[in-house]
Design a protein around this ligand. Structure first.
Ligand code: PMP
Length: 403
């Protein structure tokens, strides 16, 4: 008979090309990685997280038993409240809840699986932004969406949001398509819609009966205030839209490798909560059975203690302030050198990344001539900048633009 074989063709599973970070040695300036780094270029454990870890270690009630299939309830409740706001009408009506996922990525996968296989009246078409976070395509495809379409997002000539293109593309979507939005600190552009633009987007979502999935990977990173960053999600909820939102706690709590995430479900009708929970339980049972607990215990401890919550917001502010300072430093230095072009967009963008507007050739030039590693889309991670290297980076940009 035929022998089974693992001879898998590589083409079948090719990763999205072209956005891999360049491997860099210590003599390089690495502006590629999407993780927060201190001024000294080091990973940062938030002081409030250290404090929570100390409390957990001393707590005899903490152990390593399994947590329930849908997650640690103290965490999912606190996380859902963090996103929707304690006074959310949906929470008050008992038609919003959270289910623990595996960081942002694994939460998106569960959400996509649920939308593709359980919700009966949706198309298998999912819309992602162009440019965007490449993994959305892979996640939604592997979960069963048969068509991934892109909506325009970045206006290259203006270095700004292409709101007209975005509205036009979403306005042409088949009814009941799924659309993925970045709630704040859009990756890679750092450009978020204004409140008025979100209202226009909401109008199209309603007109076309689109189903929104918010990717919330950076709550608190854009403005420094988690409530402000949650505004678009809360707008949609206040307007009665049903939605899913996938929260990551990698960036805003610095818990990257704890793989902590939460899927928020907002439904129109409280009677659907129970069946939705049952269906999500089946998906989770068939995927990982029960989520990891330690990160959830850390975040639950912090968000259930007003004093620790205040400390968390201060830590969040430390990170977002440093990133904003680096934006300003880079822009000022480029302008002082009269580097051709406008650099205003650097300080108008928000979050972890700046979309510099440098083209592929210029990025390649930075790599080969200056040993500066950035994505060839022109995205830099501001956390790779510091007072030690920002002058050199601005010189390099000047050189790349004028050569
Ligand atoms: N969505 C976006 C837009 C991201 O930038 C990231 C992290 N790079 C994620 C989701 C997922 O992060 P994680 O799985 O580490 O929570």
């Amino acid at each position: 008979g035929l022998q089974p074989s693992l001879l898998v063709s590589e083409d079948k599973q090719k990763l999205p090309a072209g956005n891999q970070t360049v491997t860099a040695s210590s003599s390089w300036s690495t502006l590629g990685a999407g993780v927060y780094r201190t001024e000294e270029g080091k990973p940062w454990i938030l002081p409030v997280v250290k404090e929570a870890v100390k409390l957990l270690s001393a707590d005899p009630a903490v152990n390593f038993e399994y947590v329930p299939m849908l997650g640690l309830e103290a965490f999912t409740t606190a996380a859902t409240r963090l996103l929707l706001g304690a006074d959310s009408p949906a929470l008050r009506d008992g038609r919003a809840f959270g289910v623990q996922g595996i960081a942002g990525t694994g939460s998106l996968r569960i959400a996509a699986d649920f939308l593709a296989t359980v919700v009966p009246n949706l198309t298998k078409v999912a819309y992602i932004s162009r440019p965007g976070w490449d993994n959305h395509r892979l996640l939604f495809t592997r979960a069963g969406f048969t068509e991934i379409r892109e909506y325009r997002y970045w206006h290259a000539a203006e270095c700004a949001l292409d709101i007209a293109g975005m509205l036009e593309d979403l306005g042409g979507a088949p009814e009941r398509s799924v659309v993925i939005f970045h709630a704040c600190a859009h990756n890679p552009t750092g450009v978020d819609p204004t409140h008025d633009q979100w209202r226009e987007i909401l109008k199209v979502v309603k007109q076309r009966s689109l189903f929104p999935v918010f990717d919330v990977a950076y709550q608190g990173f854009a403005s420094g205030d988690p409530d402000i960053d949650a505004w678009p999600v809360r707008l949609f909820v206040s307007e009665g839209v049903e939605l899913l939102a996938c929260q990551s706690f990698a960036k805003n709590f610095g818990l990257y490798n704890q793989r902590l995430g939460n899927i928020v479900i907002v439904t129109a009708n409280p009677e659907t909560v129970h069946p939705i929970r049952s269906q999500l339980a089946i998906i989770i049972r068939g995927t990982f059975t029960s989520p990891p607990a330690y990160g959830a215990q850390i975040v639950a401890r912090i968000l259930s203690d007003p004093q620790l919550t205040v400390q968390w917001k201060a830590d969040l502010n430390t990170m977002s302030t440093r990133l904003m300072e680096m934006r300003q430093q880079l822009r000022t230095r480029l302008e002082t050198k009269n580097t051709p072009g406008s650099w205003r967009h650097l300080t108008e963008q928000r979050g972890m990344f700046a979309f510099t507007g440098l083209n592929e050739r210029q990025c390649e030039y930075l790599k080969t001539q200056w040993h500066i590693a950035l994505l060839k889309s022109g995205r830099i991670s501001l956390s790779g900048l510091s007072m030690q290297n920002v002058e050199r980076v601005s010189q390099a940009f000047y050189d790349a633009v004028t050569t």
